[in-house]
Design a protein around this ligand. Structure first.
Ligand code: GLY
Length: 397
């Protein structure tokens, strides 16, 4: 049929092709602009003392939590990022009001996720506007977090209750997600001059590197340790499809976590670890073309399994940072992969239309499939790492 088209028609088609390529590369920037409007809407729905978790489209209902939920730092963190990127002082004002409520969690010793909760929120507030008030909260949070460190096992305990029946009193779980809580500890050592926090972070990362990873650099979700001997006794999953599978968000947390470890220590072994994890993810035969992972890289039903937009967002953000630490060729590979992810997440398939999705940015996140909770929904952490990745991507340019 093409031979029947005039030269003019062919030229128009070629130009249209160029235009759509330009539009694709503009999508990430446009998403950041649009995000402000989404979060204005979301912020207006959230009552004081409540934290947005997700939105149930079928019931048109926003689900919120209290400040003790592991995700409480993401909402104020996203508001602060959006003010930083787009100059949205009304969002910053909301963020600061949320911090007033969230600060009570600095004393919480029952969670390993205090890094997520306090560093994504107060950490950003302190970075943008250093203040004694934030510093005190962050220091106390770091103190609370290290109470969970078990010297014999050389790592920070995750949940207090083991995720299976008949756990022995000496058994404790550590999840790969816990790598994300270490950034707070590096900040605490830098700020206070006390190296205890940093040493604990390094020990935790080394122990995790030793016990969580398989020879192909995929990661188990949960490793069970004996608290007294430090021996790793079981390797299981909580949020993946099987003990031996690669839960997609877990791989993303590992990639992000070891990238931060390299940033903070400049120890080459962490850079190698992050590169190996990136290579595992990017060469998987089950990685979809748009690089938005299935919720588990071995999920049943692939290619019809659900994707997890949050795993995509975390992976993109980590790859952009990692691209700054490697040679030119690898760097270009990571940036291209991140761009592919961000382009997909900024497209209508993933980026919600204004006034839908409860104000959240991303659709199609998977929280906890085995638990049958938060499936194919927006997630506050998906939005946080998406906005972070967009900002990092903009800075590259
Ligand atoms: N435990 C944190 C997560 O669901 O990724």
């Amino acid at each position: 049929m093409i031979k029947h088209l005039s030269k003019t028609a062919l030229l128009l088609i070629a130009l249209a092709g160029c235009k759509s390529r330009d539009e694709v590369s503009k999508q990430p920037e446009d998403a950041l602009k649009a995000a402000v409007k989404h979060y204005e809407y979301l912020a207006a729905q959230v009552e004081p003392g409540k934290y947005p978790k997700t939105y149930h489209a079928n019931k048109k209902q926003l689900e919120t939590s209290g400040s003790d939920w592991w995700c409480s730092g993401f909402f104020p963190g996203t508001l602060l990022y959006l003010d930083e990127a787009q100059n949205a002082p009304h969002l910053k004002e909301k963020a600061l009001a949320v911090l007033e409520d969230l600060k009570r969690e600095q004393y919480n010793k029952t969670t390993h996720d205090l890094g997520f909760m306090m560093y994504c929120s107060f950490g950003n507030a302190e970075r943008l506007n250093p203040k004694k008030e934030y510093e005190d909260v962050l220091m106390q949070s770091a103190k609370s977090l290290i109470t969970r460190y078990k010297p014999a096992a050389k790592c920070i305990q995750s949940w207090d209750s083991a995720p299976w029946n008949n756990a022995g009193p000496d058994e404790m779980p550590v999840i790969i997600d816990n790598m994300m809580n270490l950034e707070l500890l590096f900040w605490a050592s830098k700020f206070s001059g006390d190296s205890t926090y940093k040493s604990i972070a390094i020990n935790h990362a080394n122990t995790t590197m030793l016990n969580h990873f398989r020879p192909d650099y995929s990661t188990y979700h949960v490793v069970i340790y004996n608290k007294n001997t430090g021996k790793a006794t079981k390797r299981i999953t909580a949020q993946g499809t099987a003990d031996n599978s690669s839960w997609a968000r877990g791989q993303a947390w590992g990639l992000y976590g070891y990238t931060v470890m390299y940033r903070e220590t400049k120890d080459d072994k962490y850079l190698q670890q992050a590169n190996h994890i990136a290579n595992y993810i990017l060469t998987l035969p089950t990685m979809p073309k748009n690089l938005i992972p299935y919720w588990d890289y071995q999920a049943p039903g692939i290619p019809n399994a659900l994707h997890d937009s949050s795993a995509g967002a975390i992976t993109a953000s980590a790859l952009i940072e990692l691209s700054g630490y490697v040679d030119k060729e690898l760097s270009a590979k990571y940036v291209n992969a991140a761009k592919t992810i961000l382009t997909a997440l900024s497209s209508p398939e993933y980026f919600a239309e204004q006034g839908t999705n409860g104000g959240f940015l991303l659709k199609h996140g998977v929280g906890n499939m085995p638990n049958k909770t938060e499936i194919d929904v927006p997630l506050s952490y998906g939005d946080y790492y998406f906005v972070e990745a967009l900002m990092r991507y903009q800075k590259l340019k």
